[in-house]
Design a protein around this ligand. Sequence first.
Ligand code: ATP
Length: 516
Amino acid sequence: MAKDNSLKKIIAHSKEYGFIFQSSEIYDGLSAVYDYGQNGVELKKNIREYWWKAMVYLHENIVGLDAAIFMHPKTWEASGHVGAFNDPLIDNKDSKKRYRADILIEEYREKIQQKINKEVKKGKKRFKENFDETEFLATNPNVLRNQKKIDELTNRFQTALEDDNLDEIRQIIIDCEIACPVSGSKNWTDVRQFNLMFDTKLGSVTGDASKIYLRPETAQGIFVNYLNVQKTGRMKIPFGIAQTGKAFRNEIVARQFVFRMREFEQMEMQFFVRPGEEMKWYEYWKDFRLKWHKSLELGDNKYRFHKHDKLAHYANAAVDIEFDFPMGFKEVEGIHSRTDFDLSQHQKFSGKKLQYYDPELQKSYVPYVVETSIGLDRMFMTILSGAYKEEKITEKGKTTERIVLGIPAALAPVKVAVLPLTKKDGLPDVARKIMDKLKLHFNAQYEVKDSIGKRYRRQDAIGTPFCITIDHKTIEDNTVTLRHRDSMEQERVSISELLKIVTEKVNINNLLEKLI
Ligand code: ATP
């Protein structure tokens, strides 16, 4: 089975099948802004629903929230975003291309890591069942040399980040001889800090007093509502507040499709805990979130944890869940132990107490927070890249190719396609009746145009788990052909059983049950 999930193919496929379009395409598009088409909007809604149910419904002590995008500007002073929500940028003088300096260094380090991985692969091939990976990593001279390079680079980079030493970050780029990926030139400008927040004006007043920001993360809407929810919901610590919604960042380099956008959607949960118990919950949420990802069965080897080199100003522990995208392992979700930083800051800036009286301890405190933060669009890309397959298939003695999206059935945009074999002999009438019943339960599609083979291919390409074909036998005995997307097997089932069979397979509970 051939599998090709290069980024270019995924972008082209997303457009061709109505998943993702460039925003304002007729005006040549807007950089790093995207629109979701007829199939994309369904997949996105289903991912959001799976996240929501897993976080809010499966956890009795987590509730939801939908805070506004616009917030009082003081919010962002308190959170530290006005002063410190910056990325280090660097320009290449020859190509005039702009890069994030930290990402250039991380990519360079990843290249060295790839060399080590290659060496291990070679070793495995050579020594077969006698291969001992731990020993190999500890003794092979090429591995040791490259590992030393990685360690030295990591130390130096980490210190530079901690000290906010922009000159040193530039010097690392120079010393590592990192070249511009476009021009190959090593002619770099200085490194500068760039604030990622978009601002605008509230009402018709001009001047700084009316300046407000488009939120760069949804979390702050949760923090400022902490007391409202805790009081009105009579929540007891530990408890969580979950929210999904748009966030905006004026990213320096916005490439790689919906991986890095300027307008995107986040799904965040802030979990409020007793001070001192945050590490226990941090470990819990690391495990739970990894389980959530793996439940989608895109391949367990496609995930890894990556510890942050530099902790954000608010965190005492932070880890990313990375996915093996077509462009390599990259962050899809962050899990952060944020201490009491945010609530304390809002307490200070607002002058309002944001404390919790703990009846067991008989004292009040500002709760600590463990956050899980995932980008819905990045998650969407995870599923597309994990699910996209090109397969050679043999049907009736003929070998052809098909593109199939192996999206988990519960998340598929269309759950079932109802396909009368021909337009004649009363077949569409029967098909319509089936369609009318099924569409009450899930997103179903009725298609009569083109040969049945072509219609199957179209449904495979959007990841529809089931196709129902109504043929002449249906008129005689009330049975239809049920075709399964992944195996392409076809079975004859009675019309009266259809709803039950499909419901069982596409039910989101199939995924949720893996989490408890
Ligand atoms: P990166 O290092 O890739 O810029 P980040 O560490 O700044 O990401 P967080 O602030 O932790 O990201 O945001 C949480 C999640 O929001 C990320 O894991 C990612 O899935 C998503 N996200 C962040 N920025 C973007 C973006 N520009 N486009 C799409 N998703 C994003």
